[in-house]
Design a protein around this ligand. Structure first.
Ligand code: ATP
Length: 217
């Protein structure tokens, strides 16, 4: 079986070093061929309407440029209707074939909310899930909703080796450098006219300044 491919979805509003380290460290920890970033399309009920999906995509493109293990999938941004992760995974599974191991990368907070995702149980037939530690969000059975805790206990792989022996269905955790950075914090800093420097790449900050983003969130 070929090397597993990481899939990293998010709003990236804006992308920051927490995201970049998660993607970078997952390659080494999990033995991935690379990471495909998948910025979400515009969620109907989310704040920040002055930042478009295309601008979020542009920031992801800028921050990932120059890393040949990273690629960016613009399909959710370009879709007319809101797209769910399960649909994106079905499409990628169709494109890449049944044998390709796929690993959905999520932070511990996103994983804890998995049961709210559209058709969440179907995700396991399409990909493995790798959960990274994030400050403030322990990855513990006790802190997960009951249904997810059961899946976690049943599917947990002892190590990343299992990501190579099956194309989907396992759950692994990995400890990344703990960075208590969030897009919420960055939006707040910028809205208050404060510096967000060193929380995200300069290339992204330059883009934010150029387009006067996050001024009134
Ligand atoms: P917001 O503050 O707007 O909710 P966010 O910083 O959590 O945004 P998202 O785009 O929602 O960023 O996150 C995309 C993915 O990256 C999620 O799986 C999330 O758990 C993970 N992630 C984001 N920031 C970190 C971080 N600092 N450490 C580990 N994982 C992170």
């Amino acid at each position: 079986m070929s090397e597993p491919l990481g899939l990293f979805g998010g709003t990236f509003d804006p992308v920051h070093f927490g995201h970049l380290r998660l993607a970078e460290e997952s390659i080494g920890h999990l033995g991935l061929a690379g990471v495909r970033w998948i910025p979400a399309g515009q969620p109907p009920h989310r704040g920040t309407p002055q930042v478009t999906a295309r601008q979020r995509l542009e920031m992801v493109l800028r921050s990932t440029a120059g890393n040949d293990r990273f690629s960016v999938d613009a399909s959710e941004v370009e879709a007319v209707a809101p797209s769910y992760s399960v649909h994106t995974l079905e499409r990628l599974r169709g494109e890449l074939g049944a044998a390709q191991s796929l690993v959905l990368l999520v932070g511990a907070d996103a994983f804890a909310g998995l049961t709210t995702w559209h058709r969440w149980r179907d995700l396991f037939a399409l990909a493995h899930i790798a959960v990274s530690h994030r400050p403030g969000f322990p990855v513990e059975i006790a802190s997960l909703p009951h249904e997810l805790a059961t899946e976690f206990a049943d599917r947990r792989l002892p190590d990343a080796g299992g990501l190579r022996t099956a194309a989907a269905g396992g759950i692994v955790t990995f400890a990344m450098t703990q960075l208590a950075i969030s897009a919420t914090q960055i939006r707040k800093l910028l809205a208050n006219g404060l510096s967000a420097r060193y929380l995200l790449p300069d290339s992204v900050l330059d883009y934010i300044e150029l387009h006067q983003l996050y001024k009134n969130t």
